[in-house]
Design a protein around this ligand. Structure first.
Ligand SMILES: NC(=O)c1ccc[n+]([C@@H]2O[C@H](COP(=O)([O-])OP(=O)(O)OC[C@H]3O[C@@H](n4cnc5c(N)ncnc54)[C@H](O)[C@@H]3O)[C@@H](O)[C@H]2O)c1
Ligand SMILES: [Fe+2]
Length: 379
């Protein structure tokens, strides 16, 4: 059996590791940083803290601090146009998956001609741009350790996935202390996104022993720490475990692919602007219910890895039930609370779901007629 396994970044994981930023920039010969972040990170004072570290070490920077959630191709092209004559020689992304993905897309433009939509799909990017340092502040997407960039195509109203060995960050500074400021909803959504990465990767038709080991370790860490992070956000041990789990899960996801949950939440994000994490938190239990009938043994294997019971007595239905309970403990409302009604699920939406790469990885075939009942159950 042919197998491939890839992780683009050196991962440095430690509480307090943000302080290493100047050293890492200098390791890449950086003298001027293109610094990307979003308004929420500015508001909590984290952007200033990171910029002071650079300044105190004599490193110059050009800042773009308005990265939007679900970054668009138009915004990434604008950032590149603003930054291209600033003589930056390293990019730093401080934020969640949106900021890190935006930095990946901007970095593609540093070494490849635009527009960014040219690079949708696998292996389109021929040249790696500047050294890219990712500093995640959510514990969810795994973008810091994978080669995917999820970018909204504004005109096509679709989330594009740009995948390839030239897209990923070179270095990830994973500092769980940065996640203690996340409010419960931004802990729960990205946290459940990470659990989805691990579980869908394990069930994927493209799973390998390389991805499985990361998936199982990731889901165990997340399942046993996420509720504590939501309810007691200052618990650094739980935050560390959650962040580590999200890294494992992201590596598993980017190597094995996903399934019906991500196939559905991609158009839900593009059509209805539901945050990616919240959408996965809502849809994950239904996705596991949909797949349990097809792969009950694998469902039990996951349950055992997460400590739900032993392989002789645990059933696939109990595993699914426990995922429903975790989702409920996250206190995230259903899709209907975002104004979604079932009559908005158009033929185009259904086509997007069944044609998603994630759908082709799902262990149970997703037929067009499965989509509306699935969304209905998630309302
Ligand atoms: N590249 C990948 O492999 C991959 C995987 C899954 C999802 N994604 C993409 O990632 C994006 C979602 O990323 P996300 O879930 O990390 O959220 P995000 O980056 O969109 O951030 C959401 C909000 O959280 C705030 N925030 C971030 N860190 C904070 C902190 N420490 N304290 C307080 N507030 C904080 C931000 O200011 C922002 O308002 C989507 O576009 C999704 O499609 C990418
Ligand atoms: Fe995701």
């Amino acid at each position: 059996m042919a197998m491939n396994f890839y992780c683009p970044s050196n991962i440095f994981f430690a509480p307090g590791s943000l302080n290493e930023l100047p050293k890492v920039v200098k390791m890449y010969g950086g003298t001027k940083v293109l610094f990307l972040t979003d308004p929420g990170i500015v508001k909590i004072g984290l952007a200033d803290r990171a910029l002071k570290l650079l300044k105190d070490d004599g490193i110059q920077y050009y800042v773009y601090d308005q990265v939007e959630s679900d970054p668009s191709d138009e915004m990434c092209e604008k950032i590149y146009d603003l930054a291209k004559n600033q003589n930056c020689n390293v990019i730093v992304a401080l934020g969640g998956g949106s900021t890190i993905d935006a930095a990946k897309a901007v970095n593609i433009l540093y070494a490849n001609p635009g527009p960014i939509s040219l690079y949708e799909g696998p292996d389109k990017v021929k040249h790696h741009g500047l050294p890219l340092i990712a500093i995640p502040t959510t514990a969810g997407t795994g973008s810091e350790a994978d080669s995917n960039a999820v970018i909204t195509n504004v005109k096509a109203k679709r989330k594009m996935i740009l995948v390839g060995i030239n897209n990923g960050p070179d270095y990830a500074i994973c500092d769980p202390e940065l996640t203690v400021t996340l409010p419960p909803s931004l802990t729960a959504g990205p946290g459940m996104d990470a659990l989805t990465h691990a579980m869908e990767a394990y069930l994927s038709k493209r799973a390998t022993p390389f991805s499985d080991i990361n998936a199982l370790k990731g889901m165990a860490l997340i399942y046993n720490n996420l509720a504590e992070c939501v309810n007691n956000g200052k618990n650094l041990e739980a935050r560390s475990n959650q962040m580590l789990g999200a890294v494992f899960a992201g590596i598993a996801m980017s190597n094995a692919g996903q399934g019906i949950c991500h196939a559905t939440t991609a158009p839900i994000g593009a059509f209805f602007h539901v945050p990616h994490g919240a959408a996965n938190a809502i849809c994950l239990p239904q996705a596991m219910k949909f797949n349990a009938v097809a792969v009950p043994e694998k469902m039990v294997e996951m349950g055992v890895a997460m400590g739900m019971g032993d392989s002789k007595t645990l059933t696939a239905d109990q595993v699914v039930e426990n995922i429903f309970k975790l989702s409920e403990a996250c206190h995230l409302p259903g899709l209907a609370s975002y104004g979604i009604t079932i009559d908005q699920i158009t033929e185009q939406f259904i086509t997007e779901v069944v044609e998603e790469y994630s759908a082709s990885c799902n262990p149970r075939e997703i037929r067009r007629e499965d989509v509306i009942p699935f969304v209905q159950a998630c309302l």
